[in-house]
Each structure stands twice: as C-alpha cells, then as structure tokens.
Design a protein around this ligand. Structure first.
Ligand SMILES: Nc1ncnc2c1ncn2[C@@H]1O[C@H](COP(=O)(O)OP(=O)(O)OP(=O)(O)O)[C@@H](O)[C@H]1O
Ligand SMILES: [Mg+2]
Length: 235
C-alpha cells in the first residue's frame, strides 16, 4: 500500500481533477484505490457526486474508488484536523484492511495548512501537478520547500513521485514549451507528459461524471489513462 499526496502550493492547477481521474483510472486498471478528500472545500467529494458533505461520515464507493469525503461543506476559519476516525486510522495505518489497498490518494488544499502538513507527514510519495503560468516556477519551489519541511519533521522517506504539467486553459498551449524547459533547468525530478487542455473536463464536472464516462474518446480521457498506466509502471 502506498500513500500518495497530490500537492502544489498554488490553487487551481488541476490537482483535484487529477486526483479523481487518477483514482478512477487506477480502479479501471484493477487496482484497489482509496481517495481521501483532505480539502475542506470538498471539491473531490463533489466531483464524485457526494454533494452534501456536512454530515457525511464513512467511506463511499463510487466509480470503483473508495472515497472518504471531506466532512465539512463550509470553509471553516479554524479547520478541524483528522476529523473522522477512518481518516486517523487510514493515515496511521491501523485501518482494518488498509493493506489490501494498492494506493491511497490524498487530495489536499493548495495553501499551507494543517491538512497539507498532515498529508505530507503520512505520505510515501508526492505527486506535483503544475499549471502553465508566470508563477509556476515559484509555486514549484514552494512545494519542494513544504516537502523538505515534512522530511525534516520526521517523514524522511518522503519521495517526489513526479511532476505532472496540466494545461488548464486553451491559452496555456503556446506557453507550455517554454515553461517546461525552465522547469527542467530547476529540477531533476521525473516530469510526466502534459495533460492537455480538454474542454470536456470542466463540462464533465457539470454533468457529475468523470471524463471517462462523459467523453471516453476525448484527449482528457486518453491523457489521464496513459498517465495512470505510466504511474503504475513507476511504482
Ligand atoms: N486538462 C484540463 N483541461 C481543461 N480544464 C481542466 C483541465 N484540468 C482541470 N481543468 C479544470 O480546471 C479547473 C481547476 O481544476 P481543479 O479544481 O482540479 O484544480 P485544483 O488545483 O484542485 O483547485 P483548488 O486550488 O481550488 O483546489 C476546474 O474547472 C477543472 O475542471
Ligand atoms: Mg482542489
């Protein structure tokens, strides 16, 4: 069992979309997957059709993925930590049957928070999605810093699994090449093939479906599936 935290210290880079689609793709590839929604905004829970998370407790199965939804639908000022028994047990490894899982994926908030700290404390590996804009290099540096902090704080085995560039907007496409070249100068970590801009991805969320169901022939479905296949090989 591997715990993979999906982190980038910048908002709106496609982190939740990536986490959900990686989870579903891994399940389609016969892996046993759990997704924990650690973001109090609860977008991952919402994406799986779990719309009212206020009273949600316990694990829900959707699209072959076991999901532990975020418990709070409202954005609290003081965010509760490890607010479910399952979450505590899963993260500390005492959850019954956890070793039957191949992967536990953690969808985190972007900002430095108790949730990010908790995720990085327990994770084996970090997956870093990045978007293409002027702040990419800076947010990557901040993300590496938070990983280093977690190592110093005791999780010395924490590894970077890789970086996944995501074209969130159509206008990202011409920027991508130059930014990728810049990133390659700043890190030796593995950089996956870019998840291309795909209009069907935001459309699929509006229809409460994954892009695999909503537009199975789309570039989004193809890119997430090939990413998942490569991801398995790298483990
Ligand atoms: N490859 C893509 N092509 C087009 N749109 C995308 C793509 N990936 C993600 N999106 C869209 O970009 C928006 C932001 O994605 P998402 O919510 O996954 O980012 P996030 O990093 O989790 O954001 P937050 O900081 O709010 O948690 C969403 O509307 C999503 O549907
Ligand atoms: Mg998110």
């Amino acid at each position: 069992m591997k715990i993979i935290s999906v982190n980038c210290m910048k908002g709106g880079v496609g982190r939740t979309t990536l986490t959900c689609h990686l989870a579903i793709a891994l399940a389609k590839l016969k892996k046993k997957v759990m997704l924990i929604d650690l973001d109090p905004i609860a977008n991952a829970s919402y994406a799986f059709g779990i719309k009212s998370t206020k009273d949600t407790t316990g694990i829900v199965e959707k699209d072959g993925v076991m999901i532990l939804p975020a418990k709070k639908a409202n954005i609290p000022i003081r965010v509760e930590l490890a607010d479910s028994i399952e979450r505590k047990q899963i993260l500390n490894g005492s959850f019954c049957g956890i070793n039957d899982y191949d992967y536990v994926l953690l969808d985190c908030p972007s900002y430095s928070s108790a949730q990010v700290k908790e995720a990085l404390k327990h994770a084996d590996e970090v997956l870093i999605p990045i978007a293409f804009d002027a702040f990419t290099i800076h947010s990557l540096e901040q993300t590496f810093l938070s990983i280093e902090e977690a190592r110093q704080a005791g999780n010395s085995k924490l590894k970077v699994h890789g970086i996944i560039p995501i074209q969130i907007f159509e206008f990202d496409v011409p920027l991508a090449k130059g930014i990728l070249q810049e990133i390659k100068k700043t890190t030796n970590e593995h950089i996956y093939s870019t998840i291309r801009y795909c209009k069907d991805i935001p459309d699929s969320v509006r229809h409460s479906k994954s892009v695999f169901d909503y537009a199975p022939e789309s570039t989004g479905a193809l890119d997430f599936m090939s990413f998942a296949k490569e991801f398995i090989q790298d483990n």
